[in-house]
Design a protein around this ligand. Structure first.
Ligand SMILES: NC(=O)c1ccc[n+]([C@@H]2O[C@H](COP(=O)([O-])OP(=O)(O)OC[C@H]3O[C@@H](n4cnc5c(N)ncnc54)[C@H](OP(=O)(O)O)[C@@H]3O)[C@@H](O)[C@H]2O)c1
Length: 250
């Protein structure tokens, strides 16, 4: 399975790239931080490749996907794990932060998909996009507006791609809380958060049971994503939820 993983330098994308590589997929790892990518590629297997890609750069997306397809000899599967989750109350969210969230979480996903589409059509392959329980299964978590609204848009984007291109599988992978692994494999999503604001919001997230402290095992995510990708377009799985527990909907 010739697989491109975008957002593979840290966290869940890195775990997926290494996990899929170890399970026999030929993987191309894409993200901006080259050193971390190369390090992850070494763990993913001897034929794994690292390619620099900033998803907010349209031409860069095309070049990176073209290089990945050339070096893998085609693309059977695409995983979009790229994501940023800025923490700010809605009154404090400036236009640049909104734009960056949409550029990274939504528009980048579409640009990468457009570049990969001819290869996915040729292989009747599958594309899977990591989205969040907070965008569909729970009410919006206070402080994560830009993240949640952009992930909700990503959910629709996946449906839009499926409706325009039915010969390719397009799947939303709705993820619950997951720490990832150790070191660079640990989630970096909260790395830039203001600790004071995070401490102020945390009791609300816990009190409303959006957060329970239960963490999903990253190996379960890897197995679930692998199943979706290996099923291919003919199975047509529109979405799966991989979460540690029943998520609160109140
Ligand atoms: N961890 C969780 O509990 C959880 C829960 C639900 C959903 N998710 C979703 O899972 C995905 C991975 O999250 P994570 O927790 O593993 O976060 P993470 O460790 O911060 O990983 C984010 C990845 O996105 C890449 N990225 C960010 N901006 C980029 C850009 N402009 N161009 C290319 N790559 C970019 C980063 O690489 P570079 O900085 O090197 O470019 C990194 O590889 C996200 O989509 C997130 O929404 C995570």
């Amino acid at each position: 399975m010739r697989t491109v993983i975008v957002g593979a330098s840290s966290g869940l994308g890195r775990c997926l790239a290494i996990g899929l590589g170890k399970r026999g997929a030929s993987v191309a790892l894409l993200a901006r931080r080259r050193e971390k990518l190369e390090d992850a590629a070494r763990e993913a297997g001897t034929d794994a490749i690292a390619i620099g890609c900033d998803v907010t750069d349209e031409a860069g997306c095309r070049e990176a996907i073209s290089e990945a397809a050339g070096r893998l000899g085609g693309i059977d599967a695409l995983v979009y794990a790229t994501g940023i989750g800025p923490l700010a109350r809605l009154t404090e969210l400036d236009a640049a932060t909104w734009r960056n969230a949409f550029d990274t979480n939504v528009i980048g996903a579409s640009l990468v998909t457009a570049a990969a589409l001819p290869h996915l059509e040729a292989s009747r392959g599958t594309a899977a996009y990591l989205t969040s329980v907070s965008a569909s299964e729970t009410p919006p978590w206070p402080g994560l507006g830009a993240y949640i609204v952009s992930k909700a848009a990503l959910n629709k984007l996946v449906d839009a791609w499926r409706n325009e291109h039915p010969t390719v599988g397009f799947t939303r992978v709705i993820v619950g809380e997951c720490a990832g692994g150790e070191g660079d494999a640990m989630t970096g999503l909260s790395a830039g958060w203001d600790p004071e604001l995070a401490s102020a919001l945390f009791p609300t997230w816990v009190g409303r049971q959006y957060m329970t402290g239960d963490l999903m095992d990253v190996d379960d995510l890897i197995r679930a994503v692998e199943t979706v990708l290996r099923c291919g377009a003919s199975a047509g799985i529109p979405s799966i939820i991989v979460a540690p527990r029943k998520v609160s909907s109140t």
